[in-house]
Design a protein around this ligand. Structure first.
Ligand code: URA
Length: 212
């Protein structure tokens, strides 16, 4: 009986500690978000309307990594809220991911003019991505498109060779997908997107020991 009570108390203390750690993490993420919103380290800081930081859980199992905000994201200050975002959201629903399980962010936090990915800005922005991932500690990263893949797995083969299959990157397991915006532009890439999302769903359903 006493042991049982002690075990319950220990469990409650552990849960409280976990809760505190989760609250600390959410607070750290918010401090980082404020820093990013105030950033002027590169010219994109002056041309943007909003910095676009993150959407999703502060304790995600999976983080989807896009390239850079587009016009809709720049207006809203939230990643993947335009057409590509709707495509991504449909995939998230197919994957059966609950809101506590995933997060979405970009390599670049500010919209590049003309939506042209800016490698110099990406180098300046890189510490923010690293700090976000260090705080979020996801079990799986899903780079969306070639630029995100190159940022997360610099020596990976081209995106069309490795999308739809798991691999081990320097930051842990990754499962690359083609960019959802590409899937909106071409029927061939839409079919590729659909089959790669289905492959990810099958892979996530496997027992953990067989994951990689
Ligand atoms: N494309 C991206 O890569 N990121 C967004 O947030 C929107 C479109």
């Amino acid at each position: 009986m006493r042991t049982g009570r002690r075990a319950v108390a220990r469990g409650a203390r552990a849960a409280a500690a976990r809760g505190t750690r989760t609250a600390d993490r959410a607070a750290e993420l918010e401090r980082l978000a404020e820093e990013i919103r105030a950033c002027r380290r590169c010219p994109l800081g002056s041309s943007r309307e909003h910095a676009v930081v993150y959407r999703g859980s502060s304790t995600p199992s999976i983080v989807f990594v896009g390239e850079a905000p587009g016009a809709a994201e720049d207006r809203a200050g939230v990643p993947f809220v335009g057409r590509a975002g709707r495509q991504l959201d449909a995939a998230l629903a197919r994957l059966g991911l609950g809101s506590a399980e995933f997060g979405v962010l970009n390599v670049l936090k500010c919209r590049p003019p003309g939506n042209r990915f800016d490698p110099a800005a990406a180098r300046t922005c890189r510490p923010y991505l690293d700090r976000q991932l260090a705080l979020l500690r996801p079990r799986l990263l899903v780079p969306l498109g070639a630029k995100a893949l190159a940022a997360l797995v610099p020596d990976a083969p081209p995106i069309l060779q490795c999308a739809g299959a798991p691999r081990l990157g320097p930051l842990g397991p990754v499962f690359p997908l083609v960019h959802p915006a590409a899937a909106l532009r071409s029927r061939r890439l839409k079919e590729r997107w659909d089959s790669d999302v289905a492959a990810l769903r099958r892979w996530l359903a496997r027992p953990p020991l067989q994951m990689l």
